[in-house]
Each structure stands twice: as structure tokens, then as C-alpha cells.
Design a protein. Structure first.
Length: 472
């Protein structure tokens, strides 16, 4: 039964802190504190980059300080008529950095009454797409820039369950986000390890006595890449609008959308062709992708040859500065001819095979973590509206992200008659009906397996029923 909660105006339980109108002359390269501008609010997080503005901290900025777990909102952004919600006005982000930062103008911070409103609860409230959209569509401004005010935020009606329930709702969703963040950190470490290995073998030649072996050659990228650009097919936003969202649709720098068909199936490396083609240091914008997907005509599509796999090709380009081959003053571009002409050391195939055997386990775990993050994000996004509406009772919730992740392992059925939505509904139904206090013991594994039994009918029940001894 859906729980009915009190509804209040956000302004009754929350104040707001607007950002400071920094002058450009205050931004200095040797500043000791970051500035959170609108562009730093990315997909629910605050993301600092090499071009993030900095200032020298001062007492006059004290009230504009942002600390860990603060929730921020973009008061300016794209209107809802633009296709990408990640750039819309009204998007919120959770500040997860341990080092403080400062708010810039047109970014505001929520200041909830700590006795009535949980900070992360309001974060997840506005992460629910319907709530985000309702806020964003109230914006005023032009076709290119939309604005909201803290007054509009204050007038927003929100549900107000008891504070303990708010914290439990945020705890469930936060546990999933914490697991996603941990996987991302692990992947960053895996990538650093792989890059260090590539540098050791093919830049410093450490396994070969510090010099390039005589049977290697100095060639060009054309010796180690195979291009699939001729298979690219761009789709307009109008074409994609009515498509079922099944397969990833990639652009020059990132995932842009999902579509109902695919062109490629396998592991590939995408390298930006035009637009944002290099980072601040001149290295190419890369996307390591696998599975079934579609690519528009703004990214080169590569696989390796002569011993280079997609993974070793990825590491090659990660340490190859390509700024000198970028053309176009207005629209930067890396054309095919220039791409193929990049200098490249070409080891023997036997050496490449040995190297690939070393890095393959790192990339295998990398892919596993990304795939797990996709499942965790899907579960979070499915739970979010059910938790926020009171459809799911969380009064007895006590579960970790690791448990949720474990449950997900049992929901990957290959049976076509069982849809992913049906599996998710089974999991949601069973997980939240008063069974949260199952301990981290064999009984839990049996419980998870029996939940999966409903999602995947070919799996056997544990022999002793819903809570019994785990029997693989």
C-alpha cells in the first residue's frame, strides 16, 4: 500500500545560498580553492577539470563555501526544449569532494532545516526526472538560456516523510551510488596500471634493457589501426526521438542517446573526429566501447591490427599527443589522413601478444565494473520514483550496496521471454517486503537465489525454502 506523506513548500523547510559574483581578475592559476561554476555540475556530481577556475581563498568568501555532502543547483542552463537534460537549468549535483570549494553566481546551495529535511533526500527528489522536469519547465529566459530563481525553488511542493524515513530512502539510493563511485575509483586505478605498463614496455623499453629491440620498427598509426568510418550513419534528434531506447548511440566525445538498432557489435575504440577532439593537454578524446551500439559521423571507429588489440590501441593513444595534427580554427578536426600519419612504434606480434596477455585481466575487470554500474544505475533509477512516492515501505530497510549488487548478479537471464522490467519488478517486490534484516550469512545468499528464481525460472530454489541453507 502506498504511504501518504505530508506535502509542503520547499521554502518552508529549506533556505538557499546563492553564489558569489566573482570577477575574472580574481581567478588565478595558483589559487588554492576551486570555484563551482554551472559547467561543473555534471550528471549529479561536481566534476573539476584542468580548466576549473581557482582563487586565493579569503574570509570574504566564507559564506559561499561548499563542503562534502552539500547539494547544489544550477539556476541557469539550457531550456527543456534542448535535447540533453544534462545541460538543463535546474539540475542538481551532490558535492562529494573532501576539500571545500566556493560557489559562483547562478549556482545555489540548499540549506535544509536539519530537523525536518535530509540533504540527500532533497537531492534524490530532484534527481527524479519528473521533479527535475517540472522545475526546469518553470524557467524564464530565451531559447538559448533559461533561468530559475530560489523563489521558484521555494514554491516547489515536496513530500515530507518523517526524517528517519527520508534518511532511509536516501540511504538505499546512496548505497547504490556509493558502489558506483567505488567501481569508478577501481577503474581509474586499473587504467593507471595499464598505462604504466604500456609506458614501461613501449616508451621506456624497461623489459628490453632500456632500448628498442632491433626487430621492431618505427612506423605510423596506419600500421596498427583498422578504420570503420565508412560504416557510420548519423541520426538526427528527430529520428532518435521516437526510437525505443535499447542500444547506445555515441558521438565524438560521449554517449549521446539510445536507439532501437545497432551498427557495430564487439570491442572498438572511438576517437573524436571533429568538435572536441583533444583535451587540455593535446591528447585525443577516446571512448573504449563494447557490445552492440551505433556511432554518428563525428568519431573515428578503430580496431587494432598487427598485434594491437583495442585495449593496447587505447593505451597507445592515451600517451600520444595529437595536438599538432588537429586542423580547423573554428571547428577542430582530426581527419583520417592525419590520424593515419601519427608516428608509432610497431613491436613484433609476439611481444604484443605477451603484452596483451598482461593487460587483458585489467580491462576485463574494467568492463565488468562498468557493466555492474549500468545495472546498479538502472536499479537506482527504478527504485527512485517508488521510494519517493511511498510505494515502497522502507521502515525496515537495512541493506548495503554490496547486497544489492549481489542480487543483481542473479538477474542476468538469457531467456528472451523474461524481460528486464519483469526481473526488476520481481526484485523490487521481494526485496522490500520486510526481509531487509537478513544477515550477511548463507541464508542471505539463498534468499537472493530464490528472488532470482522468480526472475529466471530455469534456476532452482534453495532446498530449504526462502530462508535456508545455501546450496550452489
Amino acid at each position: 500500500m502506498m504511504t501518504k506523506w505530508q506535502e509542503v513548500k520547499l521554502g518552508d523547510v529549506c533556505d538557499f545560498q546563492n553564489g558569489y559574483a566573482f570577477k575574472s581578475r580574481e581567478f588565478v592559476a595558483n589559487g588554492n580553492i576551486n570555484i563551482v561554476k554551472i559547467k561543473e555540475l555534471k550528471n549529479g556530481q561536481i566534476v573539476f577539470t584542468s580548466d576549473t577556475a581557482k582563487v586565493v581563498n579569503s574570509e570574504i568568501y566564507k559564506q559561499y563555501q561548499v563542503s562534502k555532502s552539500d547539494v547544489l543547483v544550477a539556476l541557469t542552463g539550457d531550456p527543456v526544449s534542448k535535447p540533453n537534460p544534462l545541460s538543463w537549468v535546474g539540475r542538481v549535483a551532490l558535492y562529494n569532494h573532501s576539500v571545500p570549494a566556493l560557489l559562483n553566481q547562478r549556482v545555489a546551495k540548499f540549506l535544509p532545516n536539519k530537523f525536518k529535511l535530509d540533504t540527500k533526500f532533497i537531492y534524490y527528489f530532484f534527481r527524479k526526472f519528473d521533479n527535475f522536469f517540472n522545475l526546469a519547465q518553470k524557467a524564464t529566459g530565451s531559447a538559448s538560456q533559461a533561468n530559475i530563481s530560489t523563489k521558484i525553488l521555494s514554491e516547489t511542493i515536496i513530500p515530507l516523510p518523517p526524517l528517519e524515513i527520508q534518511k532511509k530512502i536516501a540511504g538505499v539510493l546512496g548505497a547504490l551510488d556509493d558502489k558506483i563511485e567505488l567501481n569508478n575509483k577501481i577503474n581509474n586505478n586499473l587504467e593507471q596500471q595499464a598505462q604504466a605498463l604500456f609506458k614501461s614496455w613501449f616508451v621506456d623499453f624497461e623489459p628490453f634493457g632500456g632500448k628498442m629491440p632491433d626487430d621492431w620498427k618505427v612506423g605510423i598509426a596506419d600500421d596498427i589501426i583498422t578504420l570503420f568510418d565508412s560504416q557510420r550513419i548519423p541520426l538526427s534528434s528527430n529520428q532518435r526521438e521516437n526510437m525505443e531506447k535499447i542500444y547506445p548511440y555515441y558521438g565524438a566525445t560521449s554517449l549521446m542517446d539510445y536507439v532501437d538498432q545497432y551498427i557495430f557489435d564487439g570491442k572498438y575504440l572511438l576517437l573524436g573526429e571533429d568538435g572536441s577532439v583533444v583535451d587540455d593537454y593535446g591528447f585525443p578524446i577516446l571512448q573504449y566501447v563494447w557490445g552492440k551500439f551505433w556511432v554518428n559521423n563525428h568519431a573515428h571507429i578503430l580496431q587494432g591490427k598487427n598485434g594491437f588489440t583495442v585495449e593496447s590501441l587505447y593505451l597507445f593513444f592515451k600517451c600520444t599527443n595529437v595536438k599538432s595534427i588537429v586542423t580547423g580554427a573554428v571547428q577542430p578536426k582530426i581527419n583520417q589522413a592525419n590520424l593515419k600519419s601519427i608516428p608509432a612504434i610497431v613491436p613484433t606480434i609476439n611481444v604484443m601478444n605477451n603484452f596483451n596477455n598482461v593487460i587483458n585481466p585489467l580491462f576485463s575487470l574494467f568492463r565488468k565494473n562498468i557493466e555492474e554500474n549500468t545495472r546498479l544505475a538502472q536499479l537506482r533509477d527504478t527504485l527512485l520514483p517508488k521510494l519517493m512516492s511511498g510505494e515502497i515501505d522502507v521502515s525496515k530497510v537495512n541493506i548495503s550496496a554490496d547486497k544489492l549488487s549481489f542480487i543483481l548478479l542473479f538477474t542476468q537471464s538469457d531467456q528472451p521471454e523474461v524481460t528486464s522490467q519483469e526481473k526488476t519488478d520481481h526484485i523490487i517486490t521481494l526485496v522490500f517486503i520486510g526481509v531487509w534484516d537478513i544477515p550477511d550469512q548463507p541464508e542471505f545468499f539463498c534468499f537472493a537465489r530464490n528472488m532470482a528464481r522468480l526472475a529466471s525460472p530455469h534456476m532452482a530454489y534453495c532446498q530449504e525454502g526462502p530462508v535456508g541453507t545455501f546450496t550452489p
